[in-house]
Design a protein around this ligand. Structure first.
Ligand code: PMP
Length: 456
């Protein structure tokens, strides 16, 4: 076909590419941002404009956009053994080493790892594992999945069904048997006069009542992000996991921690479940796993599920599941290097050291504004929620698209941050310095002041 290429990069992006999760009218008005490279936490577009990416790409580029050691690890592995699978009893040495490493750094005394290409596929894989092992143990009806409203678990048919967002209705999702409990967001969902402890107790009661109503013998598992990410950075209410875990245990329902965002340092510890002091039955990992350099996800099973799955597989001799690029040697080599970089080259420490500074800076911005109702987050993941009225927590009229306008104004100023609902999310790369953090505060506050002056 003869291509009729438009002149500008922005128009070319629009002509032949489809965007995911993009407000199309806004992009048509403003033009796409087409990027060529990155420098530390900055990305640079085709016109040479630099943006501080306070989104870390999509939470994942934790080591920044030009980490030499990671690129060298990838190149060395491409030169040595550029691709293989993990089927038929064969896998690369890198895959073997990464599984050992993941179990070693996991909160589990032992376990097993299965690889995918993404976080969505890792959640789908986990659901299939649960369905498979419950059926093998004589409980084929144990299939329902519990998650929460506002949870984000991915976009494949199963993981989208787990996601507690109304936008999936356009696909006729969720599938039957995916149940969404109340989001444990005390500031927004707490009742008049209810203390945070009472709110947490109500969340636990809702879980118990749901299990009793549905029947524990019909529920395959409960999935939760330690801190909800794409739902708007929502940390759990105080004592939430301590309240719900005993209920799940009592009813023999496995608890899966979706650590696609929280894993490898984002909350200040290796895992979000460590930050919130609970031990799940399995962990879902992706994104930071390869510091964003390779599409890869992993299911890390704790000892109980490992043993039970192994027994179920042995009964029929094979687990009929896997992706062509499961355990890809280049992805595994990058992940091994990324874990080392995050844990041993000061990145996780940088998050721990600078998290209080980030919180204080954002709190000062909130205190100076009449239209920021809540600051929430931990480590290097924070959200500021815009409100029309601070005292009553009344949101702005949705038609005003306040958070999108703030994010667009930030982009104009050279700062990338993300609008989520009425919140602005900041989740910078772990390599961020104090000066870069100040640049982030400064540009964000300029944008907030400008947009609030227009809409308030
Ligand atoms: N789980 C969580 C908690 C996520 O944040 C995401 C992605 N934002 C996913 C799963 C899905 O991962 P992917 O986009 O790699 O499919």
């Amino acid at each position: 076909m003869t291509m009729n290429k438009p002149q500008s990069w922005e128009a070319r992006a629009d002509e032949y590419s489809l965007y995911g999760f993009t407000d199309l009218p806004s992009v048509h008005k403003r033009g796409a941002v087409v990027l060529t490279h990155g420098e530390g936490p900055y990305v640079v577009d085709v016109n040479g404009r630099r943006y501080l990416d306070a989104n870390s790409g999509l939470w994942n580029m934790v080591a920044g956009f030009d980490h030499k050691g990671l690129a060298e690890a990838a190149k060395a592995q491409y030169d040595k053994f550029p691709g293989y699978h993990a089927f038929f009893g064969r896998m690369s040495d890198q895959t073997v080493m990464l599984s050992e490493k993941l179990v070693e750094v996991s909160p589990f005394p032992n376990g097993k790892v299965f690889y995918t290409n993404s976080g969505s596929e890792a959640n789908d894989t986990m659901v299939k594992m649960l369905w498979f092992l419950h059926a093998s143990e004589g409980n084929p009806q144990k299939r329902k999945i519990l998650t929460r409203v506002n949870a984000y678990h991915g976009v494949t048919v199963v993981s989208a069904s787990m996601t507690g967002k109304p936008y999936n209705e356009v696909f006729g999702l969720p599938l039957d048997g995916f149940i969404h409990l109340t989001c444990p967001h005390y500031w927004r969902n707490g009742k008049e006069g209810e203390t945070e402890d009472e709110f947490t107790a109500r969340m636990a009661r809702e879980l118990e009542e749901t299990i009793e109503r549905e029947g524990a013998d019909t529920i395959a598992g409960f999935f939760a992000e330690p801190v909800m990410g794409a739902g708007g950075v929502i940390p759990p209410s105080t004592g939430y996991f301590q309240a719900i875990l005993p209920i799940l245990k009592k009813h023999d329902i496995p608890m899966i921690s979706d650590e696609v965002i929280c894993g490898f340092g984002r909350t200040g510890n290796t895992w979000g479940c460590q930050t919130y002091d609970f031990t799940p039955d399995a962990i879902i990992s992706s994104k930071n796993l390869t510091a964003g350099l390779f599409p890869m996800g992993a299911v890390i099973l704790g000892p109980d599920l490992s043993e039970r799955l192994q027994a179920a597989i042995e009964k029929i001799e094979e687990f009929p599941h896997g992706f062509t690029a499961s355990g890809h040697p280049v992805g595994c080599a990058i992940a091994l290097k990324a874990i080392d970089v995050v844990m041993n080259e000061g990145l996780a420490e940088n998050v721990q050291r600078l998290a209080p500074r980030m919180e204080a800076g954002l709190r000062a911005i909130m205190d100076r504004s009449d239209h920021i109702g809540e600051l929430r987050g931990i480590g290097f993941m924070w959200a500021l929620e815009a409100v029309k009225d601070k005292a009553t927590k009344t949101p702005f009229d949705g038609d005003l698209s306040v958070s999108e306008r703030i994010a667009n104004t930030c982009t104009d100023l050279g700062l990338i941050c993300r609008p989520l609902g009425q919140s602005i999310v900041l989740c910078p790369p772990f390599v961020l310095t104090e000066d870069q953090m100040d640049e982030m505060f400064d540009k964000l506050e300029q944008a907030l002041n400008k947009v609030f002056a227009e809409v308030a």
